[in-house]
Ligand binder design. Structure first.
Ligand SMILES: [Zn+2]
Length: 276
């Protein structure tokens, strides 16, 4: 599932493709991705609008058009924005959920593709609830140890689950949480409300490192040959890169969680029991 670095990379591309452009045609027949409003209604509200900017909070994108119209986009599991030649088939072609053409003379359209259709596209006149209720965004707002510690203290859950709570921090998913806790050397089952200021500081540094690394990998790979190299995520049973102990895999809060039992210490006595 796309997390903050993927969505930030997408934002940069959308901004490059669309800022300042006017929409001459908008086509979609996908009522599921565009729920709750009908595709025809949504499309009518886009044609003739000029795109002012593209911003991001967490995993949400907000395309701001003139006359106070916003398009909100969440990529879900498999959503992606691409620029394609208008010669390529559009609607009815598999996976194309939205096709936008711009008044720039280029024979290309900007398209939203989504194989599994868990993504969302919403057109609104104001910020939607899902956008407003997000916690601080690590890139847009920065990460502050004191604020994060206060948010951790209010939640009596495993630190990994707290990190993935979008009202605590926007954009942190399974990958960033898993990697950050490895860097911080904290067992993902440790309770967030029992971490010391120094330990929260280590989580913040771990998050910064994981985000920076992911953004750099994205930039380097671009569209092609995109492969992730993670420290622990997805490396169940393989040797820890720090101590060579085989990495553990448990289910925590319904999500697969990989960590090193030796390097990642239970930082407090109040450990959440998972039965795993
Ligand atoms: Zn280790």
């Amino acid at each position: 599932m796309p997390e903050l670095p993927d969505v930030e990379w997408t934002r940069g591309r959308l901004q490059k493709w669309m800022r300042g452009a006017s929409i001459t045609s908008a086509r979609s027949d996908d009522a599921r991705v565009l729920r709750p409003r009908a595709p025809a209604v949504v499309m009518r509200s886009l044609v003739g609008r000029r795109i002012e900017s593209v911003s991001r909070r967490g995993k949400w994108l907000r395309i701001e058009l003139d006359h106070g119209v916003y398009v909100f986009s969440h990529l879900g599991m498999t959503g992606e924005w691409v620029e394609r030649s208008t010669e390529e088939p559009t609607l009815r072609a598999e996976r194309v959920r939205l096709d936008l053409r711009r008044a720039d003379g280029r024979a290309a359209s900007v398209r939203y593709l989504d194989a599994r259709r868990f993504g969302r596209l919403l057109v609104a006149r104001e910020d939607i609830l899902e956008w407003r209720e997000l916690g601080p965004d690590p890139l847009a707002d920065g990460l502050r140890v004191s604020a994060l510690r206060a948010a951790f203290a209010r939640r009596r859950r495993a630190v990994k689950e707290t990190l993935m709570d979008q009202t605590v921090l926007a954009g942190v998913g399974n990958i960033l949480a898993t990697e950050a806790l490895f860097y911080a050397r904290i067992d993902p089952r440790s309770r967030s409300d029992a971490l010391s200021e120094a330990q929260v500081g280590a989580v913040v540094r771990g998050l910064r490192k994981a985000i920076r690394k992911e953004l750099a990998t994205r930039e380097r790979a671009g569209d092609e040959g995109w492969t992730d190299v993670f420290e622990v995520y997805g490396r169940k049973g393989q040797a820890c890169r720090r101590c060579e102990t085989p990495l553990e895999h448990i289910v925590l809060g319904g999500r697969g969680t990989t960590f090193c039992r030796k390097c990642q210490v239970r930082r407090n006595s109040r450990v959440v029991e998972t039965g795993a």
